[in-house]
Write a protein that binds this ligand. Structure first.
Ligand code: HBI
Ligand code: FE
Length: 306
């Protein structure tokens, strides 16, 4: 069975399952949930897992990942041989966009996550998946968080956009619309595609850090590829346990900078009034780039949709 690296994140935030899967103790030592990366504690086997994943992904991504991802990767002290040391990454990243990576033990509560992002700190799991989990994992590990997210944080547009998400998170929670904001994050930062160089390219970290989904998202006949529309995306549920049924495509990475400055308030209100859509639904109002056959998900019953 084909599986996919996927974050066990749902729009309701930190579930019981996530907490226990993470082995996260109820009371973190520091109130912001950060820990030391403990770089010296990684074993040769763990560096080897990083190397396997890194080499597989860097072979696959040219021509598939967007130029901004490739550029960001090139400018970072990140290579196949070892799990990156966050301090060394930060020397470059802070100078470029003011972002830094901080280590956390796994998923952290929504409020804590938003507070970090609002301050240009990206929480990254310090652990790495086991050798038998190369393609499937419930929680964001250091490969997903660092390989998938950090190259994009070198780009000024994404840098502002993710910070705006953090700032909007607490407001969305108070308005009772966190599920809608989380969908926007999911379909952009995690699973976004961008039109580039006459085709489609990956910018979402959930895709870029997954071997199988990098191929599926761009090349499979099954998923829908639909032009990004903010209100449409706010209404759309997503899958947390498998490939996405629909991907949303932005015209340009700099559209994310525009999105960072949009007041989501009116969009939340409209999205709350209208219907919600299942992950695979195509609407007559959609600008469809490619209509999926749906074959992959048909017959895969019991998937988790949030
Ligand atoms: N914690 N470490 C970590 N990484 C995430 O991506 C994350 C999180 N906590 C909450 C969360 N994501 C999402 O539920 C929010 O974006 C809504
Ligand atoms: Fe992620």
């Amino acid at each position: 069975m084909e599986t996919v690296m996927n974050e066990a994140v749902d729009s309701a935030g930190l579930s019981e399952k996530h907490g226990s899967a993470a082995g996260v103790v109820s009371k973190p030592e520091r109130p912001d949930w950060t820990i030391d990366q403990g770089w010296k504690n990684y074993t040769p086997e763990q560096h080897q897992v990083w190397k396997t994943l890194f080499e597989r992904q860097t072979k696959l991504l040219p021509g598939r990942a967007c130029d901004e991802f490739v550029q960001g990767m090139q400018n970072l002290p990140m290579g196949p041989d070892e799990i990156p040391d966050f301090n060394r990454l930060n020397e470059v990243l802070v100078r470029r966009t003011g972002w830094q990576v901080v280590a956390v033990p796994g998923l952290v509560p929504d409020e804590v996550f938003f507070e970090h992002l609002a301050n240009r700190r990206f929480p990254a799991g310090n652990f790495i998946r086991e050798p038998h989990q190369l393609d499937y994992l419930e929680e964001p590990d250091v490969f997903h968080d660092v390989f998938g997210h950090v190259p994009m944080l070198m780009n000024p547009s994404i840098a502002d956009y993710i910070q705006a998400y953090g700032m909007g998170g607490l407001r969305a929670r108070d308005l009772g619309v966190l599920d809608k904001l989380a969908r926007v994050y999911w379909y952009t930062v995690e699973f976004g595609l961008v039109r580039q160089n006459g085709g489609l390219r990956i910018y979402g970290a959930g895709i870029a850090s997954s071997y199988t989904e990098s191929v599926f998202a761009l090349s499979a006949a099954s998923p829908n590829r639909i032009a990004f529309d903010l209100e449409r995306v706010m209404r759309t549920h997503y899958r947390i346990d498998d490939f996405q049924e629909s991907y949303f495509v932005i015209e340009d990475i700099d559209r994310l900078l525009d999105l960072a400055h949009v007041d989501f308030g009116p969009f939340y209100r409209r999205a709350e009034e209208g219907p919600e859509h299942l992950p695979g639904t195509v609407l007559s109002t959609d600008h469809v780039i490619s209509r999926g056959t749906g074959d992959y998900h048909r017959g895969r019953i019991g998937g988790v949709v949030t």
